[in-house]
Design a protein around this ligand. Structure first.
Ligand SMILES: *Cc1c(COP(=O)(O)O)cnc(C)c1O
Length: 364
């Protein structure tokens, strides 16, 4: 290396970025990594083979730019979501984080404001500010639930241009009723984003916000292949919305933002949706086992419709986090006082976590 290095503060950085901290979930090579809500089950071999074939075919044409409209992939997402959706209503990008960034670039930006109900997904304020808008921190009840009346009242009071509703909510796992979405939509002229990153882990008979799309042109429902679909490393997120919203996102995306290899891999994986999702019930069983066992150890487990559990009653989260780390188990300190969050893994990983937590001593 060599040469002169300066501090970040010495660079002519945008004023509104000064003092910000980047997204920073620790990445450590521990035997049991249950910290970022991945599906810890590997992609089944027969699906991996099919994806490899699709990538190999795409590679032969990789001298050319990919299909800018990723029509095949959008068609596949429309089929997967069902409810009569067509590809004109679908958008995708490199992770739902990029999908959310596109929405903020198109509908947020300098002079505008985005509101979310904390504690919620830590990327919402980061993406909001990075695209030049102001973040407004709304609130939840003490048990992290959000009622239609409270949500609507806060939206009326703050009058944001964009509202984030995380359904179910990360990092708390809390379900969010469709009545909250309806109540918020009715009192705003802005964009309402429902982030359904964990929808597949909700009870199977619970309706998706996708059912609310007809007649609501400012409603956007985002999803990801990173969680239930065991595809976090491929970076694929998507959304469903009115075709006019999709037109707005075309204004801000980079040309050819989804590589030919990504399109091929994601389309092939979607062709095996049933197999890719076959582990979801197993993960939900491990989640419920975590909730019951941490409660038996004297902690409080918050209701979760996701693949993780937020538990409270932790005297010193940093100390418990470190004690688990030293036992080879990586979980997440999400910055909520006296709480820690753990992802439901395979049965063996979940056992490793529960045994380690028990050995740390209840209420360590
Ligand atoms: C994990 C997660 C995402 C997905 O991120 P990707 O960029 O698709 O990997 C989006 N929203 C929430 C709330 C999440 O927890």
């Amino acid at each position: 290396m060599g040469g002169v290095t300066v501090r970040l503060d010495d660079l002519p950085l945008r004023d509104d970025l000064r003092g910000m901290t980047p997204y920073g979930a620790p990445q450590a090579a521990l035997p049991v990594a249950l910290n970022v809500n991945e599906n810890t089950h590997p992609v089944p071999a027969e699906v991996a083979d099919d994806i490899l074939d699709a990538i190999a075919r795409a590679l032969r044409d990789v001298n050319r730019y990919p299909d800018r409209e990723f029509s095949g992939l959008r068609e596949a997402f429309a089929d997967y979501l069902g409810h009569g959706l067509t590809r004109e209503q679908i958008w995708a990008a490199n992770g739902s984080n990029e999908v959310l960034q596109h929405i903020l670039q198109a509908f947020g930006g300098p002079g505008r404001r985005a509101l979310g109900f904390g504690p919620t997904y830590s990327m919402y304020p980061i993406l909001t500010r990075a695209t030049g808008a102001e973040w407004v921190a709304g609130e939840r009840e003490h048990d992290f639930t959000l009622s239609p009346a409270s949500a609507a009242e806060q939206v009326v009071r703050e009058n944001p241009d964009i509202v984030f509703l995380c359904a179910p909510n990360n990092p708390t796992g809390t379900p969010l009723g469709l009545d909250v979405i309806e109540a918020v939509y009715a009192v705003t002229d802005g964009i309402v984003i429902v982030d359904e990153a964990y929808q597949e882990f909700s009870p199977h008979d619970e309706p998706s916000a996708v059912t609310l799309l007809p007649g609501r042109a400012r409603l956007v429902v985002s999803r990801t292949m990173s969680k239930a679909f065991a595809f976090a490393g491929a970076r694929v997120g998507y959304l469903a919305a009115d075709p006019a919203v999709i037109d707005a996102l075309r204004l801000v995306r980079l040309p050819y933002h989804l590589s030919a290899l990504t399109q091929a891999a994601a389309t092939a994986a979607l062709g095996h949706a049933d197999t890719m999702l076959s582990m979801v019930d197993e993960i939900v069983a491990q989640r419920d086992r975590i909730s019951a066992t941490v409660a038996a150890l004297g902690y409080t487990a918050h209701a979760s419709w996701t693949n993780f559990v937020l538990f409270g009653g932790v005297d010193d989260p940093a100390a418990t986090w470190k004690a688990l780390y030293d036992r080879g188990v990586l979980i997440r300190d999400v910055g909520i006082a006296h709480h820690l969050r753990v992802t439901a893994g395979t049965a063996d990983e979940t056992t490793a976590f529960l045994d380690a937590l028990a050995s740390v001593g209840s209420r360590a």
